[in-house]
Design a protein around this ligand. Sequence first.
Ligand SMILES: O=P(O)(O)OC[C@H]1O[C@H](O[C@H]2O[C@H](CO)[C@@H](O)[C@H](O)[C@H]2O)[C@H](O)[C@@H](O)[C@@H]1O
Length: 383
Amino acid sequence: MVDRKSNDCAPVLTDPAQMNKSGLGIHSSLCSPQGVVFSPGHFLTGPRKKTVAFDDVRTSSWLDAMKSSSPTHRKLVKDSGTELVSTDADVAYRNWMHKYPSALASFEQITNYAKGKRLALFLDYDGTLSPIVDNPECAFMSKPMRAVVRDAAKCFPTAIISGRSRDKVYEFVGLAELHYAGSHGMDIMGPVRPMSNDHPNCIRSTDKQGNEVNLFQPASEFLPMIDEVFRSLVEITKEIEGAKVENNKFCVSVHYRNVDEKLWTTIAESVHRILIGYPRLRLTHGRKVLEVRPVLDWNKGKAVEFLLESLGLSDCDEVLPIYVGDDRTDEDAFKVLRERNRGYGILVSSAPKESHALYSLRDPSEVMEFLKALVDWKKFSSL
Ligand SMILES: O=P(O)(O)OC[C@H]1O[C@H](O[C@H]2O[C@H](CO)[C@@H](O)[C@H](O)[C@H]2O)[C@H](O)[C@@H](O)[C@@H]1O
């Protein structure tokens, strides 16, 4: 499972103790920017697995990625207390929707194709089922959203695939009817089923209700390393006001949403400084977040394939997987569905962006509307 191209001489670490139970290291003190100098020749993996040099941190590419890491909200023009939406942004969004049509407007087309097939639903959490908020600890799902997700899970096999730790996302969603994959798919709890030999890290376990389940944790050997890196990242960013470090079990998030933009270089340099010592870890960009994760040939796309197999739905033309997500990490899942020509990726975005998805939804409220429509369609079509 481990990408053998990576450097295997990482230190062996021993203390898996967690820094705090919530998984968040939160800092609020003032920052003193550090003039960190990196030695040339070190490389890390950046967005979309592009390899970038450390020098880039101090030049433009890292900062550009950080600045563009969350959809630019449509420009609002204030006019005597009334908010007018900028026309340019609207036109750009409408043009973009020719390429990524609304899944609501295309609902009939989607359900026509779904007729006679078994639908399987894969849902991202942050930005898809819950709106993006400043404090990651407060990304609650609304009651109506929970109700519709529960209804959807009664009609279709449904799984949540999140960058959060599996426990955290379960705590937010709180529905036993679903399957959960945390840490960007590196921690999957699925139904008991004999799996192919490609999954040596798949073991039998029990869920919170005491039911027997399959537990797949392909990055388990990285746990002590991730814990150590989490502690180092908390320490190195503790002077940066607004920075938050979140322990997502098999990966770590360094949030900069609440950090003054002038200090983003400091954040990037601090993270790089720590990662120099961990060649088996890589970095990707999320929505105002730097994500540290193992160099492993595993992602949300592979998690979708794994879950389809666990659900007994792989290699079957009569199955239509639908994946709804808003983040760069969801692109791996969109890509799997698009390349295999076997399902629909739906990108949640209120701003134009390139994607491997086929359809779009503007925000979590449209996701709720779409899920509701699917439930109604299912109920009506089985009458
Ligand atoms: O795969 P996801 O379920 O979308 O998780 C991706 C990351 O989501 C969370 O961060 C994002 O949402 C926060 C709450 O709205 C927001 O404050 C933050 O800026 C976003 O990046 C989560 O905290 C991360 O750990 C996940 O990796």
